[in-house]
Ligand binder design. Structure first.
Ligand code: FAD
Length: 284
């Protein structure tokens, strides 16, 4: 398939990006790795008369680690996430998640910013960012602002980002303790049928805190406070595990598609979540 004709821009500073977005409104979109946007344009599911390539903008490629505080520039690729030694030490869940995204070819191009900004319910990083309680950092004509990842997703492909804003980075405090990213997919390189991001801290042999989010089981990623609460103070025995799964199943709203009917997805969600909690607890 061939996309509709478009104007291509490759600015070298953010002011010019924002000026084009402001001038062209809905008709303009930024492009990062292009591995979600270009297929959509080729399928004519996205009409982008003005395409702004972010590859020429400096300062978006950095991974900054300061103690437990981590900032990932929007143009950091999934490949870089997986292969950054310092990041694997401070927040290994990023590496575990990155390795579950697509395949190496896609990961060389696909970026953190594109994955998080897109609002595709199938993308793996939004659920991870909710689990990490990340801040999504935006810049637009009115300056900078940050939105919690837990408030950012409104509906499929609808987010708190305004059309004239650019995602510049995501930042979070790396959790200590155990972690797991578990994903069920139909084949290597596929989007999730269900995926779970879990972090757990332990104190005196019990769960001190837990954070749990799931992917591709609703039109937005789902961080479940009820599932987290079900684990706190327990040793993740059978009953608390069951309560956590029940709480999550009460929060998700899967729909039937080529990954299966609703009952199957709910079943897979439960299996995946139990596996992720068990692995995070074992590592805590
Ligand atoms: P683009 O395609 O360039 O952009 C995507 C959208 O985000 C566009 O609307 C664009 O305007 C917007 N955008 C991009 N950057 C910014 C920014 N900085 N600020 C504001 N808006 C921005 N992803 C997964 O998570 N899991 C998978 O299993 C998976 N499998 C895949 C398999 C295949 C075969 C392919 C082609 C892709 C797959 N992906 C998967 C998607 C891949 O990870 C994408 O690259 C990623 O989701 C989008 O990143 P990108 O940099 O390519 O963004």
């Amino acid at each position: 398939m061939i996309p509709a004709a478009f104007e291509y821009y490759r600015p070298t500073n953010m002011d010019d990006v924002i000026a084009i977005l402001t001038e062209q409104g809905d008709d303009a979109r930024v492009m990062a790795g292009g591995h979600s946007l270009i297929p959509m344009m080729k399928l004519r599911m996205a009409d982008v008369p003005h395409l702004i390539d972010l590859q020429g903008i400096g300062g978006l490629q950095d991974i900054t680690i300061n103690g437990q505080s981590v900032t990932l520039g929007a143009m950091v690729t999934q490949h870089e996430l997986i292969n950054h030694a310092g990041l694997a030490d401070v927040a290994p869940i990023l590496q575990e998640t990155g390795l579950q995204i697509a395949d190496p070819q896609v990961r060389y191009m696909g970026t953190v910013g594109g994955n998080v900004a897109n609002g595709d319910p199938g993308n793996d990083m939004p659920g991870l960012m909710q689990c990490l309680d990340a801040q999504i950092n935006l810049v637009g004509p009115n300056g900078k602002r940050s939105v919690s990842a837990r408030d950012y997703y409104e509906a499929a492909y609808m987010t708190a980002r305004e059309d004239d804003e650019v995602l510049v980075s995501v930042s979070f405090v790396a959790p200590k303790g155990g972690y797991a990213y578990e994903k069920q997919k139909r084949k290597i390189g596929d989007y999730a049928t269900a995926a779970a991001a879990v972090t757990i801290t332990k104190d005196a042999g019990s769960v001190a805190s837990a954070s749990i989010a799931m992917t591709n089981l609703s039109d937005v990623p789902v961080w479940s406070e009820g599932a987290c609460d079900a684990l706190v103070g327990t040793r993740c025995e059978v009953d608390p595990l069951k309560s956590a799964v029940e709480a999550m199943l009460g929060d998700i709203d899967p729909t039937e598609d080529n990954r299966g009917p609703v009952a199957f997805k709910r079943h897979v969600a439960g299996v995946i979540l139990k596996r992720a909690i068990t692995r995070a607890w074992d590592r805590a």
